[in-house]
Design a binder for this molecule. Sequence first.
Ligand SMILES: O=C(O)CCC(=O)C(=O)O
Ligand SMILES: [Fe+2]
Length: 468
Amino acid sequence: MYDAAILAESSSDWVKAVKKWKECVNETLKQTEECRAQCVMMSQVIPEEPDTVQGLYERAADLSLSLLSCKQMCVTLVSTRPGRVSAVEDFLPLQLEHLHIAQFKAGDLKGAVETLRSLLLFYPTDSDSLSNLELYTQTVEVNTEAQETGPIRALQEKRLLYFGMANLDFKFSDPDLWTPEDIVPESLRETWRLNGTNRVVLDGVLSQSECDRVMQLATVAASMGDGYRGRRSPHTPHEKFEGLTVLRALQLAQDGLVNQSDARLLHEIGETVKVLMDSYFRSHSVLYFAYTHLVCRSAIPGHQEGRSDLSHPVHVDNCILEPETRQCWREAPAFTHRDLSAVLYLNDDFEGGDFFFADRDAKTVTAMVKPKCGRLVGFTSGPVNPHGVTAVTAGRRCALALWFTTEKQHRDMEREEAEELWAADGKSVVKEEKGEGESALKSARSGRSQGKERSKDRERVTGRRDEL
Ligand SMILES: O=C(O)CCC(=O)C(=O)O
Ligand SMILES: [Fe+2]
């Protein structure tokens, strides 16, 4: 029918085209209804004795959402031709659009208005349709109503489905192009804004016990009184700032002040993050560590009243942001060699301290990330990603910040020094994986020991020391 309608259209037989498009629309609606009825027939019932993992209400919610999802998928089924895998996108609105044009060409303005109104149920703000409608209603007096061909019902279903996605971990992939953005809960839209070509948020990168071990490292390092003792933050007088590098952790381990295995963990986590960043962003050149820094920010008690500053002002990692002109200057003192940035969070028992992405005006927040153990935010280090951290107003917020570069001469020499020290210690830098796995860390951990090659290159390295 679809083909016949297109054929009639191409020979400008508009009366026939109207007839064929109407048949096509009606058949699509009929098939969709049949498909939806099948979903009801196939839907499962709630077992009398729900299992213990899912309670009764969860099970009921899951079943109703599955039924709705099945019904929604009918759109795709009906618009997929036999033998094809992919559906014709926007099948029903597309037919309505054709029908409306055919009706207009055939001189059936009343019909055209009705069809257009139906089409507007899918795309209520489409400017072409709106101006056409205005034009028609000026020409003819029409009192036609839109024929509901599904969008209103579908929207009600989608509302529930998106709620399930945002709150009940329900998986749903929307088959429609016309779904308005505002029915998608803000938390989901945020996830979508985040996980694109320039940004990603990944959870579960560390287990709770790994977070605890690294937090412990930070605590010991901070109490050492040798330059790592908390000093005022370079960004705000209301917070204390503590930092630890992989090399420093190793030295502390050598002095017996922290566990050797915890110092190594800090190193290995970096390797994991590198694998994740490399595979997500698919950088075409080899990626090197530029700098790794465990940073804790603590609210200074008694200094929090009426605070309006940020823990870390909005900035771009590899250029100097000038919000007034929206320019970003890729020049010193910016760390211009940084290509990818990653921040891996270790805890959430503090107040404030949200990470956010902003526009180049340094004001408009475009996405937020709440730190928690094992959550990684990764992004390209350039001007598409201005970001900052809101004030930490209580407690201590620790995160492992990592930067990667494709410029070999800017690789992190301190990290390599630590690796060489470990190698000299007679042990491989990369620890054998131990029996019981903990988290994603295990599978992603990859080891290389290119100590020799590194020391050969060493004298040639001229880059200055990269730090926060
Ligand atoms: O700690 C964070 O969440 C971000 C830190 C940051 O942006 C930086 O150190 O450049
Ligand atoms: Fe940054």
